[in-house]
Design a protein. Structure first.
Ligand code: FAD
Length: 355
């Protein structure tokens, strides 16, 4: 059987594309191995995602108790003073601190219920011949006329046929913290900078705390640094952890978090969406929203059989990446306290090239 379209990758972009295609009356084959990780970092969902979830008929899932509204986000960026980040009221409602696994599982269930044909395996090998994709998994060969590449930063299709640009070497160390204290912790998100990079901490709905430390992968000290010891370098975050008795639980993990993008994001018989098309610095909280947006844009263009709409998607994405890079440079350049330290000096230099 030849499928009209295959969606590769089981993250937010893949789930949203599979769902939207099915809603448009096209049954996609969706090749995506079930999630292995117990915890996936990346939980701060921007309020801008709410209208996109409404488009998908998925916004009710944000009301689940496993997520919490992110009313209080503070950052110490450019000075020691904590400043509230969400000073303006969002018409779409507040941002959300997700239980990321539960959110992805709910989107997946919705896509399958809408008719997406899920194959729970990774794509190993792939090639295109005579306008037809041959996609090999461990057990199957699947043939499809068109491919949605939603395989995240690996971009297994797009990186074969287009150039991937990498703006920096940002990497993240993260770990979960738990507390035996009975006091209910204040549900906050904190961001603060230090000489080697910046820190993020957020209280999840189940009262565990996620702590992320961002620096460049090639800088001395980052690779071997112990996250719990390192939290001593922070002010607001270490004070919060100590006030509520939080201790690290489990191992520190490491993951790439740099800005990278594909140009162009479409080609003969394929389109890239989500991180496969453009992956953003987590400081921006753009990743999940762009995964939803790109999946909807590309799926709607495919359903409408409108090639010019598909090109418009790629153009809008490229413009969005340019705007994002300019804004990000400005934010990093606004932290001047460690201008001579490599992490910050690199970013200040990059900002002088684009401004
Ligand atoms: C440390 C960190 C913190 C972040 N914090 C935030 C945040 O607070 N807010 C926010 O909005 N964004 C955040 N992000 C970004 C956000 O997580 C991503 O933008 C989002 O996950 C993109 O979704 P995706 O579906 O495109 O890719 P992914 O979530 O990476 O999913 C890709 C999927 O493709 C699968 N895959 C890979 N290879 C194959 C293959 N060969 N065959 C089949 N499937 C394959 C993978 O297993 C995976 O399931 C963060 C990112 C990082 C690294």
């Amino acid at each position: 059987m030849i499928h009209p379209v295959a969606v590769l990758g089981g993250g937010i972009a893949g789930a949203a594309a599979a769902l939207r295609l099915a809603q448009g009356g096209i049954r996609p084959v969706w090749i995506a191995q079930n999630r292995q990780d117990a915890f996936k970092p990346g939980e701060h969902l921007s309020a801008a995602a709410t209208p996109l979830l409404k488009t998908l008929g998925s916004d009710a899932m944000l009301r689940s108790e496993v997520h919490r509204h992110a009313h209080s986000t503070y950052s110490a960026w450019g000075s020691d003073t904590l400043v509230e980040r969400n000073a303006i009221i969002h018409l779409e409602g507040p941002p959300t601190v997700l239980d990321r696994g539960a959110f992805e599982d709910a989107l997946t269930a919705q896509a399958i219920a809408a008719g997406a044909l899920r194959i729970d395996q990774d794509v190993g090998d792939l090639r295109i011949a005579d306008g037809l994709w041959h996609l090999d998994t461990r057990e199957n060969r699947i043939e499809a006329g068109f491919v949605f590449d939603a395989t995240g930063r690996k971009a297994i299709v797009a990186s074969k046929f287009a150039t991937r640009f990498q703006a920096d070497k940002l990497s993240c160390q993260y770990a979960l913290f738990t507390s035996a204290d009975q006091d209910r912790p204040r549900p906050v998100t904190l961001i603060e900078t230090e000489a080697r990079g910046w820190w993020y901490m957020s209280v999840l709905a189940d009262q565990r705390v996620i702590v992320n430390f961002y620096s460049d992968a090639d800088l001395p000290g980052f690779a071997n640094a112990e996250l719990e010891e390192n939290t001593q370098q922070t002010k607001a975050i270490s004070a919060y952890l100590s006030d509520y008795g939080y201790k690290i639980s489990g191992k520190t993990k490491r993951i790439t978090a740099n800005s990278s993008w594909i140009a162009p994001a479409i080609g003969e018989g394929w389109v890239a969406i989500g991180d496969a098309s453009a992956a953003f610095d987590p400081l921006s909280s753009h990743g999940m929203t762009t995964a939803l947006w790109s999946a909807i844009q590309a799926a709607d263009a495919f359903v409408a059989k409108d090639r010019s709409r598909m090109f418009a998607y790629a153009d809008n994405l490229a413009k969005g990446v340019e705007d994002y890079r300019t804004a990000l440079h400005r934010v990093y350049a606004s932290e001047k306290r460690w201008a001579n330290c490599p992490f910050w000096a690199r970013r200040i230099e990059a900002s002088t090239k684009t401004d």
